[in-house]
Design a binder for this molecule. Structure first.
Ligand SMILES: CC(C)(COP(=O)(O)OP(=O)(O)OC[C@H]1O[C@@H](n2cnc3c(N)ncnc32)[C@H](O)[C@@H]1OP(=O)(O)O)[C@@H](O)C(=O)NCCC(=O)NCCS
Length: 220
């Protein structure tokens, strides 16, 4: 039996079958299970706090899905080792931590990403965007949205959504994204060729991107 997910900035971007937990501001305090504590032991205080906050939010989302508390450790490639039957994603950046999780009966996979709503550091766009993408950015409406950072975030959300299905690393420059001002985007991943559909928002100085992969995209 699952409860109805509460509405959050993140959940407004995702189907109602996805349970979202998020925190704006510094990473919230929380608790780790023993295997998680052993995993993160010795890392920097910042990383420990980030890891703990993410696990705490992930456990809330999993509880809403009806899962008992279980350690959530990074698997191969860094993707969290979600319980069987669960598709989920985690993000943390300065000022924001979040998790989204759903049953694999609802979605094959999903990815979320957050970035500060500020232009990318010099040189990052050239390393992560194609020439077509850079041209497209110049045609988007000028205003408050840092389109270059949003493009980067959409690529990371796509990478996170596709990784559990492909188990293959993909450089961000090989993931192509078409951003739209209507808060949607389309993404293509080199190892999962169906075009994927994503959504984005900008709130409280944070850009949030999400990408969902329906089950129909993974079955013949
Ligand atoms: C893995 C990656 C997507 C993380 O993104 P990020 O913006 O640095 O960090 P975020 O806080 O948003 O996300 C980190 C979380 O992503 C998740 N994650 C890490 N690797 C993942 C993978 N292969 N698949 C899915 N999720 C993954 C983890 O939950 C991680 O948090 P945790 O370690 O606390 O569990 C990114 O570093 C990456 O490697 N991107 C693709 C490859 C690439 O081109 N990198 C060069 C970037 S210039």
């Amino acid at each position: 039996m699952t409860t109805t997910p509460p509405l959050t900035a993140l959940s407004a971007l995702l189907p109602p079958t996805v349970h979202c937990t998020e925190a704006f501001g510094p990473p919230p305090h929380g608790a780790l299970l023993d295997p998680e504590r052993r995993h993160i032991h010795g890392r920097s205080p910042r990383r420990q706090r980030q890891f703990t906050a993410a696990r705490t939010l992930a456990r809330q989302a999993l509880t809403e899905l009806g899962h008992p508390p279980t350690p959530l450790l990074p698997g191969p490639g860094g993707a969290p080792d979600w319980p069987s039957g669960v598709a989920g994603s985690i993000t943390h950046c300065t000022g924001y931590t979040a998790c989204a999780a759903t049953r694999t009966t609802h979605l094959a996979s999903l990815g979320i990403d957050a970035e500060p709503a500020e232009p990318l550091p010099h040189g990052v766009l050239d390393l992560t965007a194609t020439a077509d993408e850079r041209r497209h950015l110049t045609r988007l409406p000028r205003g408050q949205t840092p389109w270059d950072r949003l493009l980067f975030s959409a690529k990371e959300a796509t990478y996170k959504a596709c990784y559990p299905l492909t188990r293959q690393w993909a450089g961000l420059a090989t993931i192509t994204v078409h951003l739209r001002p209507d808060h949607t985007f389309t993404a293509c991943h080199p190892h999962h060729p169906t075009p994927h559909h994503g959504r984005w928002t900008a709130t409280e100085g944070i850009l949030i991107t999400t990408l969902t992969i329906p089950r129909s995209a993974t079955t013949g």
